[in-house]
Design a protein around this ligand. Structure first.
Ligand code: C2E
Ligand code: MG
Ligand code: MG
Ligand code: MG
Length: 286
């Protein structure tokens, strides 16, 4: 097709490509500058035991505190960061900052039973040859315990890299790091591969949790996912719990852990410190 449009066709195509490339380069330099200027912040969303409301850990979620545009959510810059490769730098910062902060909270709130931190890892980060060394280095630097670090990898990233990631995952597990499969149910998992990997946690995607209080079909899907996780020896975390009805339904399905606006939104450092100072179970008071 391109051949028929001749030289002019190519030129037009090139120009569009050029504009697109310039746009990406601009965003990329903005992102690098933002990292230098410390405009990224981490929020922490509590993960709780559903039967008691007891806090068991947090998921670290990055935000961009833009000087003009205010708080930008990850959905608006993570995809670009992945496309440009910037996610490698941002991801390393997120890991280091999360471990540093958690270690500091452990010292500051020593009465609390050890809390885990879950950090999202993108496909690009995961394909770095030195990823394991990078994590080892961060743990060494921050003094954070590897057993309390959980890496969240989405079902699709995990399955797309099935061949190459097996040895990486076992190296991480050898360090004592725990692994979660994120957004489960949105991709296509090979069950034998899942079985072989021996991951620690399965996170049920929010889209299944949403209708669990209304649809019998959704209840059956969640029941099946939980049974699968148990058979694979994995813990289950339900994402996006917003209502008491969803909570009661998940409890009756014996889903052990969860996170969602019902308990708490992702909170900034100050709000987390208030929470830790209270050292109380999170009731669904929102
Ligand atoms: P995710 O890892 O699945 O994170 C859960 C998302 O669900 C978060 O959105 C969280 O704020 C939101 N959420 C939690 N509870 C509820 C609820 O009850 N209702 C609703 N409607 N939403 C809820 P957020 O913070 O906007 O992050 C979106 C996605 O961006 C994350 O999905 C993750 O894939 C990505 N992301 C965030 N931080 C990072 C990071 O540091 N590195 C990488 N690679 N990706 C990140
Ligand atoms: Mg996640
Ligand atoms: Mg998720
Ligand atoms: Mg998600």
């Amino acid at each position: 097709h391109a051949k028929k449009t001749g030289r002019a066709g190519y030129a037009l195509f090139d120009r569009q490509l050029h504009v697109q490339t310039l746009k990406l380069l601009k965003i990329q330099s903005d992102l690098h500058q933002a990292l230098e200027r410390q405009e990224f912040i981490l929020c922490y969303q509590p993960i709780v035991a559903l039967s008691t409301g007891k806090l068991i850990g947090f998921e670290a979620l990055v935000r961009w505190h833009h000087p003009q545009q205010g708080l930008i959510s990850p959905g608006d810059f993570i995809p670009v960061a992945e496309e440009t490769g910037f996610i490698i730098f941002l991801g390393e910062w997120v890991l280091r900052e999360a471990c540093r902060q958690m270690h500091q909270w452990q010292l500051q709130f020593p009465l609390h039973s050890p809390l885990t931190i879950s950090v999202n890892i993108s496909g690009k980060q995961f394909s770095q040859v030195n990823f394991v060394q990078q994590i080892e280095q961060i743990l060494l630097e921050t003094g954070f315990d590897a057993h309390l670090l959980k890496l969240e990898i989405t079902e699709s990233v995990l399955m797309e890299n099935a061949q190459s990631s097996t040895s990486m995952l076992s190296q991480l597990q050898a360090l004592g790091i725990r692994l979660s499969i994120d957004d489960f149910g949105t991709g296509y998992s090979s069950l034998s591969y899942l079985h072989r990997l021996r991951l620690d946690t399965l996170k049920i995607d929010r889209s299944f949790v949403r209708d669990v209080d209304r649809s019998v079909e959704q209840i059956e899907i969640i029941r099946t996912i939980i049974a699968l996780a148990w058979n694979l020896g994995m813990d289950v975390v339900a994402e996006g719990i917003e209502t008491k009805k969803q909570l009661f339904q998940l409890r009756s399905l014996k889903c052990e852990y969860g996170q969602g606006y019902l308990f708490a939104k992702p909170l900034d450092r100050a709000a987390i410190e208030t929470l830790l100072a209270q050292d109380l179970p999170l009731q669904y008071l929102n």
